[in-house]
Design a protein around this ligand. Structure first.
Ligand SMILES: CC(C)(COP(=O)(O)OP(=O)(O)OC[C@H]1O[C@@H](n2cnc3c(N)ncnc32)[C@H](O)[C@@H]1OP(=O)(O)O)[C@@H](O)C(=O)NCCC(=O)NCCS
Length: 269
């Protein structure tokens, strides 16, 4: 854990000013003393610590609504969020944590824990795989909010985010980069393939399989043992009682296929 030294804190204003110009941090004394902003609980506080890198620090890719929720989980899981990366919002901040550019990330955070907090499943997969390709020493920890329950024998692959008040039942498998959103409930023996997602309030019975990049929207309910294919969008409030093929949008109660879709088509407009 980094040793915090609040006495030596620079002001947040000065810190953000430095980050805005990107070169502003170069005036600091090398790697020995780096200024960062960390979050402790719900309060943003400027802090200074001596260790440049630590596995208890995390950088969040994205600075939209989902990134704020991911930050909330990261803090609950014991991480200090040091920056958000979003080229369109550089210079802003969320809870006092600066938003920086990808170039700045490249310069300062080559060895770091990262959370890719992008709601769209295909976009999240693309950013995740680009980061894996381009950086050898970044890590994608799984983040589980302290209020959620992970069952016995369940595995979480890297980069999974489990939001508050969720239950992932025993003997389940959650693939790389999946999102289990707030108050969702996945029963025993379920499988979520890589980069799939459950929106808030989704309920799945036991033995459900969800294909890669598939999105279950708000409060959808899936009957036990149903298999939903890859690149599917299930509409909000649907009851899915039978298997669903790949590459479709389906909704309603009971859930019916409405149209086909191509991998990567936007669905969170
Ligand atoms: C599945 C979804 C993407 C479909 O969106 P869409 O194709 O743009 O559909 P539209 O809004 O154009 O609606 C087309 C028709 O389908 C109906 N419809 C759309 N979604 C429906 C749903 N989930 N259940 C029942 N009917 C639905 C609309 O009422 C409309 O009917 P009409 O033609 O008789 O007026 C959208 O319903 C959805 O669920 N989005 C995700 C929301 C979500 O979970 N957000 C939070 C993420 S954390």
């Amino acid at each position: 854990m980094p040793q915090y030294n609040p006495k030596g804190s620079r002001s947040l204003e000065l810190h953000l000013k430095g980050l805005k110009g990107l070169k502003g941090l170069k005036g600091l004394k090398g790697d020995k003393l780096a200024s960062r902003v960390a979050v402790q609980g719900k309060q943003a506080k400027p802090l200074v610590y001596e260790k440049e890198k630590s596995l208890s620090e995390i950088v969040i890719f994205g600075a939209g609504g989902h990134a704020v929720s991911a930050m909330n989980v990261a803090v609950s899981a014991g991480y200090s969020v040091t920056a958000y990366v979003d080229d369109d919002r550089v210079g802003g901040n969320i809870f006092g944590i600066p938003i920086v550019s990808q170039d700045y990330f490249k310069e300062k955070f080559r060895e770091n824990c990262v959370c890719v907090a992008i709601g769209d499943n295909s976009v999240r997969e693309k950013i995740f795989s680009d980061l894996q390709k381009n950086y050898e020493n970044i890590f994608f920890p799984s983040l589980v909010h302290a209020s959620s329950v992970i069952g016995l024998g369940t595995t979480l692959s890297e980069g999974v985010v489990v939001m508050p008040l969720s239950n992932v039942g025993p003997n389940s498998s959650i693939g790389t980069g999946c999102i289990v959103n707030s108050r969702s409930n996945l029963d025993h023996d379920c499988e979520m393939e890589a980069f799939s997602s459950l929106a808030p309030g989704v309920t799945c019975g036991g033995g459900v399989t969800i294909g890669s990049r598939t999105a279950l929207s708000l409060s959808a309910v899936v009957r036990h043992d149903v298999k939903i294919g890859s690149d599917v969008v299930i509409g909000a409030g649907s009851y899915v009682h039978q298997n669903i093929a790949d590459n479709v949008v389906a909704f309603g109660t009971p859930c019916r296929v409405q149209r086909t879709r191509t991998r990567g088509d936007r669905y969170l407009a």
